[in-house]
Ligand binder design. Structure first.
Ligand code: BT5
Length: 324
């Protein structure tokens, strides 16, 4: 644990009492002067720490920001989020994570930003990422799979995001295959998976997840929504809390996928899927459009559609629009 994290940990374990400077310094093995510098640094970030002569220090309030020590505190993961890079503003967290992965960043390294100025969707599309409102994070993964299996990672992430939203808010987050998170048929989150690999080898995968948490509809593209809008809450939600749940859920689902293969994920994916049983239109990357009823998600994560002419077609990627 870093020194700042340790100080915060001590404060949080002693929420209602003062801790003397001597006690804290001793626990950390640093001088009183060094402790004072750490306290000043935490105050600059926005922590409100009371200091009373002869009594010591007490943590009064944690700032409502995305703070790495807050994400790390009590985070129940083994490798996802053990290394976290935070940026106040960045082009795209996926690009930063990609560069870090090229430099050797380990599996589970997370890049998170308060704002993205060039947030990316699939196929060169944009992801609107206003500051201070949403979650924009990317995770470096190094799965031992073939490149053609990487789309399954998107599905693992979609299940994780939908589950995390349900745990956090008890709101029904559904998955619009393959990478959209919808609430009441409106898009509240998306996933962008990129990879570096060769024909038969994956070097690394960058898994990008965007969730509109407190974002007002007015700041979002038409047809999209946020958790705050859907819950009709007047208060903002804690993005840090949701990030923690998301990272913990992602690690669990990813481990399931690595250990047991795709079958368990497929089962969950089907139960969270809003397209199954509905009449959809699906546009492939070649801009060809098909219509039919979505009937299954197969063992490879492909969407099986019964087309209007009665034939069945399995899609491995594409954009789905729900028609009825
Ligand atoms: C996605 O693409 O949905 C992938 C989104 C991934 C975003 C994360 S944030 C962290 C990481 N860093 C990045 O740079 N990206 C990832 P796609 O299925 O292509 O959807 C893109 C379309 O969604 C756009 O063309 C808009 O129509 C719509 N859209 C854009 N911003 C949105 C938002 N904030 N909420 C809902 N819909 C949005």
């Amino acid at each position: 644990m870093k020194k700042d994290d340790k100080i915060l940990d001590l404060f949080k374990k002693n929420r209602n009492s003062f801790l003397s400077g001597e006690e804290i310094s001793r626990a950390l093995g640093i001088s009183r002067q060094a402790l004072w510098k750490h306290i000043e640094k935490l105050r600059e970030i926005g922590y409100i720490i009371e200091a009373v002569p002869h009594l010591g220090y007490k943590l009064l309030a944690v700032p409502d920001k995305i703070l790495v020590p807050e994400i790390r505190w009590n985070l129940k993961t083994k490798f996802i989020g053990k290394e976290i890079y935070f940026y106040e503003s960045v082009g795209s967290t996926n690009n930063v994570a990609y560069e870090l992965a090229e430099e050797g960043a380990g599996e589970g390294t997370v890049v998170i930003a308060n704002e993205q100025t060039k947030g990316k969707g699939r196929l060169g599309r944009k992801w609107v990422s206003p500051g201070g409102r949403g979650i924009y994070l990317s995770c470096v993964l190094r799965p031992d799979i073939l490149p053609n299996e990487v789309p399954k990672i998107t599905l693992v992430a979609a299940v994780s995001a939908a589950k995390a939203i349900r745990k956090f808010l008890h709101i029904e987050g559904l998955i619009r295959w393959p990478n959209d998170i919808l609430i009441s048929d409106r898009k509240a989150g998306g996933i962008l998976t990129e990879l570096k690999g060769e024909l038969d080898r994956v070097n690394f995968v960058i898994l990008g997840i965007g969730i509109n948490v407190n974002t007002p509809k007015s700041a979002l593209p038409k047809g999209s929504t946020s958790l705050k809008e859907e819950s009709k809450s007047s208060k903002d939600f804690s993005r840090v809390e949701l990030v923690k749940i998301l990272l913990e859920t992602l690690e669990k689902e990813y481990m399931k996928f690595k250990e047991d293969g795709f079958s368990t994920i497929r089962h969950e994916l089907k139960s969270y899927s809003c397209a199954l049983g509905r009449y959809v239109s699906i546009t492939t990357s070649g801009k060809k459009r098909f219509h039919g009823k979505a009937i299954d998600i197969n063992d490879n994560g492909g969407l099986v559609v019964k087309l209007d002419d009665g034939s069945r077609k399995t899609f491995l990627s594409g954009d789905v629009a729900l028609i009825r």
